[in-house]
Unconditional design. Sequence first.
Length: 812
Amino acid sequence: EKGTSAQSGWYPTKISKETLPMDSTELRQSILKHLEFSMGKDLVHASLYDMRMALTLAVRDRVIEPWFRATRATYAAQSKRVYYLSMEFLIGRLLEDAIMNVGLTEAAHEAVAGLGFDFETVLADEPDAALGNGGLGRLAACFLDSMSTLGCPAYGYGIRYEHGLFRQSFAQDGRQVETAEDWLRQAHGWEFERPEASFRIGFGGSVAENGRTAIWTPEDAVLAKAYDTPIVGWQGKWANTLRLWGAEALTAFDLAAFNKGDFTAAAAPEALARTISRVLYPDDTTEQGKELRLKQEFFFTAASIRDILRRFNAEHSDLSGLPSRVAIQMNDTHPAIAGPELVRALVDESGMEFDTAVETARACLGYTNHTLMPEALERWPEELMSRVLPRHMQIIERIDESHAKAHPKRNVSIVENGEVKMGELSFIMANKVNGVSALHTELVKDTVFAELNALHPGRIVNETNGVTPRRWIKGANPRLSSLITDTIGAGWEDRLERLVELEPAIADKGFRNQFAEIKARNKRDLADWIERDMGIAVNPAAMFDVQIKRFHEYKRQHLNILETIALWQEIRANPGAGWAPRVKIFGGKAAPGYVMAKEIIHLINNVARVINADTTTRDVLTVVYPPNYNVTMAERLIPASDLSEQISTAGKEASGTGNMKFSLNGALTIGTLDGANVEIRDLVGPENFFLFGMTASEVVECRKTPDHAARAIKASNRLGAAIEMIEAGAFSNGDTEMYHGLTQNLRGHDYFTVCADFDSYWDAQRRVDAAWGDQDNWTRMAAINTARTGWFSSDRTIQGYMADVWKITPMI
Ligand code: 73E
């Protein structure tokens, strides 16, 4: 960048006209220019796609100036840079966010309408970039937004998956059916292809020892090619780069084979290489461990490390200075090979002494742990690692040996029982290790990394997750945003702690009425969408009770559906008891290979079918489960929610970030003391939070009683009856075997203590009902949730990382 760009002289030397404010007439001109010269259309023949692309390119033009300016300022200051390495970036749609950040929302609305298109329809034409599974990937996307907003010089590095997360339908009688997602079928208007930034990434082969260093001769190699997307921050003050790597074949198309008529052979090298960036693995906190996954991890990590070193070497000559210029964050263990790869580059390619290289690498690296679920802690067979990355395996063994030598009394190792433990590797190679909520960080210290924490006190720190208020309040809930601005004035979007200034207004009945009216309007919009999309009429005055997240047993969607069944029975037995009307809304996907999670999805759809057909309960209970939950659907659902279901088994949800989005948008939480729920409850106050269930340590205690589930079922008629209804085939057209796996698990092992927590959950739900009865007080509690949760801005989280982990000062 520095070398080539300075020579070719494209650096703007002064603030260009692109930074000046733009009105709708100028934007219109720019859209028309792009329609003509980029899309090759005139307005009369422009399709929705043409209009969306022309608008995208016109807005993208406005992002270039802050992007160049940020790059220039970073070079000029020789600033340290953050490199955020993540297998997932769940960014969703970009257009609306970018328009908002560069202050063009009104102008764009006006310009697009003036050209004869509906603005919302144009925005909705953009496919979601679903390059992530759930919370981990969405967190990375929120962090990109906050790093740009705060002026933290940063690059996001990941994989440009051709196919993001699969599309979900319930085509087979309510069972999840997966189909390929193809967001890249249309041109991706935001990215810039960078063929000059390409690296050869090798796999396999052999290692020749050569004194202190070694020469690795890979057997296969692919090309990693960079694709850059500018990420502009709030008010366009700064922009960073998301650099995603696409895999290509090194050897071009085999023309000789083609000419002989062997078309498959001709295309083979290309097809093979491309598989590496073809699909996102659809596993979130669940088991896998495929060779291709390891190759993906190495592919993007190695390309990123090479890019980082190239950039450093262009500015500096002494690699010992690396840690003062480079902070590399590993988003979970997926990029854990960054440690050995950096050591390999320093030793084998730059001749650095091994121990010095390990110290240097460690001083650059941070590791974020996102889960304690044993099945999600990555381990690779030693055999596989040695075969795919022979030099890295040697380096890992050496790191392991020297760590063991330095700490002879402790029994911790990276390689154990023929497996390489990536968590231990990441911990040992990082100078800071962080958990993602206060509770989770304590559990990290006390459980998985207890030994390592004793050896390296102070290495583990907490950085509680956050979410970007630009997307999750300003963009998703414009009505609430206007009320906030009207009440506390402008400028809260990048100073979210200012939401506390709302609190005095909550005492005012007029304010509460406005707050309630906004929620009601958001709910009417959602009800219209549900009716349009699913053909289900829901009562917009009912309580919208929402659980949206990946399907996993620990998240306990089955606890929710069991309570739904029990409630339905209770309403049927006593229809006139003045029930609080509810719409239960579910959303989420299951990993395609996760049988139990898919059984729960199927059950929910069948319970919905049966309950929604019951005319006696129709007015007070409806269950809806729109398929293909994604970022865009979350933006639609969260502002229209009254009740947020955060009901994981305590000790299992590392943090949660959906929970924060709900609170900020004025939903009350029913939840366990798990992850960031603990901090939400501390902030909003226990009287504004519906707590239930065992604590993390009580869960551990409970499991010591082998028949805890059977006892809980025996003690709870409601729970027993709900399980029996499922077993009797009430939701499976009389088929008594359909949910056998699920009910047997509940009656037997019930590791996630659904049964033991059921009564407590039921009681909390009835407290929710009672609270719903006083609508004005409900609104007061909801508004308090908004006012007191400004701390959950990802700006605050990033400030924490900058101070505690990256040791970097922002540039604005
Ligand atoms: O609690 C969430 C957390 O809020 C946690 O389950 C999730 O990360 C979020 C952000 O910190 C998470 N995802 C994964 N592990 N933890 C994961 C594991 C393997 C593959 C993909 C994702």
